[in-house]
Design a protein around this ligand. Sequence first.
Ligand code: HEC
Length: 155
Amino acid sequence: MVTIVKNRRGSPLLLAGLLVALSGGAAPLVLGDKAWAASPQPSMLIEVSADTHDYIKYRMRAMLETYTKVSAATEHNDTEQVRTLIRSFLQANKNGRPANMDSELPEAFRAMNRGVMQQWREMATTQDATSVRQQSLQLLNTCNACHNTFALKKL
Ligand code: HEC
């Protein structure tokens, strides 16, 4: 069942969403023939303004690119480059952020977003490549948990 979130503040949905988020999101995606038809959809659809929608999607692509470059640097045990990449991603993260964005997003979503940002910051202070590898797997778990829980709908 998909819950459409329109008015988040003080809503019971907020608590429900937080519980979903904290429990690791909806069921993981199933792979195989026609898996897309059988697979559960994200349980919370968040209606957002066009600016917020486009901004979030843009930042998501930046996260994937940063993740890709971080993985490559980790392969070469180049933790200095890992730090540089993550710092530049974090610095650019607030550029052009829509002013009213926070008020459009449920607390459960924002909590997960804070979590993923904290994971990036921790990776940027890590000194050895083995730890970066472990942290980057945990980071991906957060990406997947959020994608399995939330989807966006442009108003
Ligand atoms: C707080 C929740 C959340 C977290 C954490 C999160 N995402 Fe997303 N991501 C979303 C939502 C919501 C969408 C939009 C899905 C939709 O189209 O409805 C999305 C979409 C995307 C897209 C598609 C962008 C596009 O242009 O359509 C990519 C790529 C992506 N995320 C990568 C990542 C990566 C990589 C991570 C982890 C490093 C991550 N995301 C973490 C919520 C999240």
